[in-house]
Design a protein around this ligand. Structure first.
Ligand code: DAH
Length: 451
């Protein structure tokens, strides 16, 4: 029968002492048993936790734990003239034993959370001679306490006093701690000769790094950032940008269309956006001029993969609309941006081009950063600019008045420019990368260089 606190027949000194000694002995013995149970390597961690919980409930539960029962059964029933000394004894018991046992449970909780492997290795440590001796001592203490508990009833007041002094005033944790300490040490033992865990520091991806740098240049000029969806409608990706249905300019930007949309009107069909220009339209739909935005993002094209092409890449789009914006503003802005990105000695050149949504349109070329625009390096033709001294970098132009028609701007009152640049292309030039695929292969030997 497990121990339970029971009512006292009388409140004599001897009975009280007996009850207290019995309580403490039972508590210690049961704790010893728990200790032995949870060290068993065959037990799962959940089973160990369960044992601890059962113990905690049995002794410490607010309502029916044995510590609470003391109040219920001893103190409440005490005659008025004994209340004070009973209360004193109980307080002593609680102040001493309660925090200690709580602490032990807490510590074991940590131990119990260890894996079975850890426990096995602890047992291995206990297998040595010192460990065996310790366990024998523990078992000896336990059996001594057990026999004490059995003979308790037959003990006289004097012997009781002796045991009480020994058991009550000697720290409860002492006997237990001797055993527990070595276990704790074993659990917490650190092998400092093991190699440490390396936690490599990540690096910003060169494409993101370049994209942030481009955006930063325009932020400094007062531009804000807008983003749009990667899955776009035909309307935003083409129609509102003045690519009419069947216009040949669409062929240069073939992409993936979501399947099974034949029943939808062309303008509503979904596709993977081929450029970030649709964000221009979305921005103008929600903002009135003046508008100054850059729109970074990922785009998709049906392009065969090679050293300079990838079906997925990134662009930064720019748009400025206000009154009296001229081609000069466009030239000044982009010339500044190219100098900020590639160095102040870089020159720019605007070359006539065509985009449906700008009129006039231009390609921006920068003086070759490899041969300083000379077209030759070390006596041989520069391969980077095909000996021309110029590298084509981005598209731009004055926003076509037709586009304003789609967003309810009055082309008679406002004007503006737009530009779009490929992020990978700029990163390739800035960092001297010779294959666009490197950006997407996730090889840390490559990516680590940008940290
Ligand atoms: N969207 C174009 C492309 O991907 C690039 C571009 C050209 C954007 C001219 C513009 C622009 O905003 O004005 O090829």
């Amino acid at each position: 029968m497990p121990y339970t606190v029971h009512k006292l027949n009388d409140y004599s000194e001897e009975t009280m002492l007996k009850a207290v000694v019995q309580f403490r002995l039972a508590l210690k013995i049961e704790w010893f048993e728990i200790e032995q149970k949870i060290i068993n390597p065959d037990l799962t961690s959940a089973a160990r936790q369960d044992e601890l919980k059962k113990f905690r409930d049995r002794w410490l539960s607010r309502k029916s734990g044995q510590f609470s029962q003391i109040n219920e059964l001893w103190l409440k029933n005490a005659p008025a003239d004994r209340k004070k000394s009973v209360g004193h004894l109980i307080n002593q018991l609680k102040q001493n034993d309660l925090p200690q046992i709580e602490q032990l449970i807490e510590k074991r909780g940590f131990f119990v959370r260890q894996s079975s492997d850890a426990i096995r290795s602890i047992n291995r440590i206990f297998d040595d001679e010192k460990g065996r001796k310790l366990q024998q001592e523990t078992l000896a203490t336990q059996s001594r306490m057990n026999s004490l508990l059995q003979t308790l009833e037959s003990l006289g007041s004097e012997e009781l006093q002796k045991i009480a002094i020994e058991e009550f005033y000697v720290d409860l944790s002492e006997a237990l701690e001797a055993a527990a300490k070595s276990k704790d040490l074993a659990v917490e033992r650190l092998d400092i000769t093991l190699p440490g865990i390396r936690r490599p520091i990540g690096a910003e991806h060169p494409v993101i790094k370049t994209m942030n740098e481009i955006v930063g240049v325009f932020r400094n000029l007062g531009y804000s950032v807008e983003e749009g969806p990667e899955i776009e409608t035909d309307y935003y990706n083409f129609e509102a940008l003045n690519f009419p249905p069947n216009h040949p300019a669409r062929d240069t930007q073939d992409t993936l269309f979501i399947a099974g949309q034949e029943s939808k009107a062309l303008r509503d069909r979904l596709l993977l956006r081929t450029h970030t220009s649709p964000v221009q339209i979305r921005t103008m739909q929600k903002m009135k001029p003046p508008v100054r935005v850059v729109c970074p993002g990922k785009v998709h094209r049906n392009d065969a993969l090679d050293a300079t092409h990838s079906p997925i890449f990134h662009q930064v789009e720019g748009l400025a609309v206000d009154t009296n914006i001229t081609f000069c503003d466009l030239k000044g802005t982009l010339d500044h941006a190219m100098k900020a990105l590639f160095g102040s000695s870089v020159k720019t050149r605007f070359y006539p081009s065509f985009f449906p949504f700008t009129e006039p349109s231009a390609d921006v070329q920068i003086s070759c950063i490899f041969c300083d625009g000379k077209g030759a390096r070390d006596g041989s033709p520069c391969r980077n600019c095909k000996a021309s001294g110029w590298i084509e970098l981005l598209g731009c132009g004055m926003v076509d008045p037709n586009v304003y028609g789609f967003v309810d701007y009055d082309p008679a009152r406002v004007s503006g420019f737009a530009f779009g640049m490929g992020v990978e292309r700029i990163a390739i030039l800035k960092y001297g990368v010779d294959d666009i695929q490197l950006f997407f292969q996730g090889d840390v030997r490559f990516l680590g260089q940008f940290g």
